[in-house]
Each structure stands twice: as structure tokens, then as C-alpha cells.
Design a protein around this ligand. Structure first.
Ligand code: ADP
Ligand code: MG
Length: 264
């Protein structure tokens, strides 16, 4: 029986092993290892400064690793250029959105579609894919829909649309909830779940706000000072004494309740 189960286990889509990033004498990411199965939503959580964005930057090619490896479909991608990694199928959103303010939403996303896809695409296809991505995140795709006037939630959606327009296999979503009110946070969480469901995209979601994330992720990794201090299913992590001590503190009961309320 065991053997049969093992035969069904495929190699992980993304595998991070012993990843290290030093900035001068400071180690921001220290021996981080995890793997990501196709179709999973993995939460990467931890306090501010714990190395979450740096881990994303290493996977997405903004930094070269000081040590360790990042493999996509078994192939090493650590240290490749961001555009190359994007073309291989990993897209990311940025914690701080920096759209082209003078362009329409559609033009912003079309640029990502045009330059971010692995295949060379026509201008026409780039615009069509951009319109699809905007539709998926529920932003207007008309020529007169501008960046100005988008609130925090709208800017986060635009970041998502730009990433989705590159047709990724893996989406790295950084701090999707920052600056949002509670209702917007719930919507953002539902949107990531919908993107996985509708597009089959595998997701790593970085967040320091843990409550809402715990409703949606299959598994999470907890970082503290650049090190993995816990990983497992939301219910395991939310009750882990070390996670409660360094991270959850007085929020522990609320996060545990969110996990308990999850529909299986
Ligand atoms: P998080 O996203 O978990 O809040 P970061 O990954 O952004 O944390 O940062 C982790 C640590 O690395 C922080 O102490 C931060 O100041 C430091 N750091 C991040 N990027 C750089 C950089 N380019 N140069 C020097 N230190 C950095
Ligand atoms: Mg960060």
C-alpha cells in the first residue's frame, strides 16, 4: 500500500535547499529548506525582518544566493537573472507596488504579458492576456481605466494581474494584505484561492498578518531571524509553542480559532 502511494508522489515543482543570503556580515536567510508541490498554496510567514521578502528575492532572481539551491522541476535556477526566472514560469508581486502611473491599467499589464511570457507573443495577444488577467482580479480593462485613484486594494490587484499576465506556474505573492481593511483582506485571501482553483497556479504567499492567511493555505513555513522555526499544516503551526512564543503572542487564540473554523 505504501509503495503504491509513493509511486504516485511526483517530484516537487519547486525545491529550496539550504538557502542562505548574507548582506555583508549579516545573515538575512539562513539554511532555509522547503519544497512546494504542484497546486499547493504555501504560506511563508514570520515577523517583520524575518527574511520573507529576501527568500522571495532569491527565488525570483533579484538576489543571487550566498549558498544553497533553488530548483524548479529539478533544474537549478538560483542566481539566474529575474527575466530568465520569469520566463521559466515564476512570477512575483512586490510588497510595494510601483506601477507605471502614466499608463492605463491595461497597458501596465500588457507590458508584463509582452515581456514576461516564455514564448514571444504578439502585441495583440499581450493585450488579450492582459485583459484576461485584469478580469480575473476584477479590475477594469478599458483604455480609460487609470492607475490614479486605485486604493491599496486596487494596487495589490494590479500587482497580481501583472504577475498573472506572464502566465506563471508559480506565483510568489508578497504581503498581499498590507494596508488593507479587514473586508479587503478577506477578499484578497479568497482571490488567491480562486487563482489556484481557476488557473491551477501554485502559490507561495508571504505575509506577516497570519489570521486571514491561515484560512486559505495548505501548509505554512514560519521564519524567524532568517531561520525556519516551524512548518506544517495551519492547525499544527498555530499550536506550535515556539511559533506562539516568538510570533503569535496574544493573537494565538484568534489564529487558532480561524484555523478551527476552516471548512475542510
Ligand atoms: P521580511 O520580508 O520578513 O520583513 P526581509 O527579507 O525584507 O524581511 O529582510 C530580512 C532582513 O534582511 C532585515 O533585517 C533587512 O533589514 C535585511 N535586508 C533585506 N534586504 C537587504 C539588503 N538589500 N541589504 C541589507 N540588508 C537587507
Ligand atoms: Mg517583506
Amino acid at each position: 500500500h505504501d509503495r503504491q502511494q509513493n509511486a504516485g508522489v511526483r517530484e516537487p515543482l519547486l525545491e529550496v535547499q539550504g538557502l542562505v543570503k548574507r548582506f555583508g556580515g549579516f545573515t538575512a536567510v539562513s539554511e532555509v529548506s522547503f519544497s512546494l508541490a504542484e497546486g499547493e498554496i504555501l504560506g511563508l510567514i514570520g515577523p517583520n525582518g524575518s527574511g520573507k521578502s529576501t527568500t522571495f528575492n532569491l527565488i525570483a532572481g533579484l538576489h543571487a544566493p550566498s549558498g544553497g539551491s533553488v530548483r524548479l522541476h529539478g533544474e537549478e535556477i538560483g542566481g539566474l537573472a529575474p527575466a530568465t526566472i520569469c520566463h521559466r514560469g515564476i512570477a512575483r508581486t512586490f510588497q510595494i507596488p510601483r506601477p507605471f502611473r502614466k499608463l492605463s491599467l491595461l497597458e501596465n499589464v500588457a507590458i508584463a504579458a509582452f515581456y514576461g511570457q516564455d514564448q514571444k507573443v504578439s502585441r495583440q495577444k499581450a493585450y488579450a492576456d492582459a485583459a484576461d488577467a485584469l478580469g480575473l482580479v476584477q479590475l477594469p480593462g478599458g483604455a480609460d481605466a487609470r492607475v490614479d485613484g486605485l486604493g491599496a486594494a486596487g494596487l495589490k490587484k494590479l500587482e497580481l494581474a501583472r504577475a498573472l499576465a506572464t502566465q506563471p506556474k508559480v506565483l510568489l505573492a508578497d504581503e498581499s494584505l498590507g494596508g488593507l481593511d479587514h473586508a479587503e483582506m478577506e477578499q484578497a485571501a479568497d482571490m488567491l484561492a480562486m487563482i489556484r482553483r481557476e488557473k491551477g497556479i501554485t502559490i507561495i504567499w508571504v505575509e506577516h498578518i497570519m489570521g486571514v492567511l491561515m484560512r486559505v493555505v495548505d501548509r505554512c513555513i514560519v521564519l524567524d531571524h532568517g531561520e525556519v522555526i516551524a512548518q506544517g499544516k495551519p492547525a499544527e503551526v498555530a499550536h506550535d509553542p515556539k511559533v506562539i512564543e516568538v510570533y503569535l503572542g496574544t493573537d494565538a487564540a484568534e489564529v487558532q480559532q480561524t484555523v478551527a473554523d476552516r471548512t475542510p
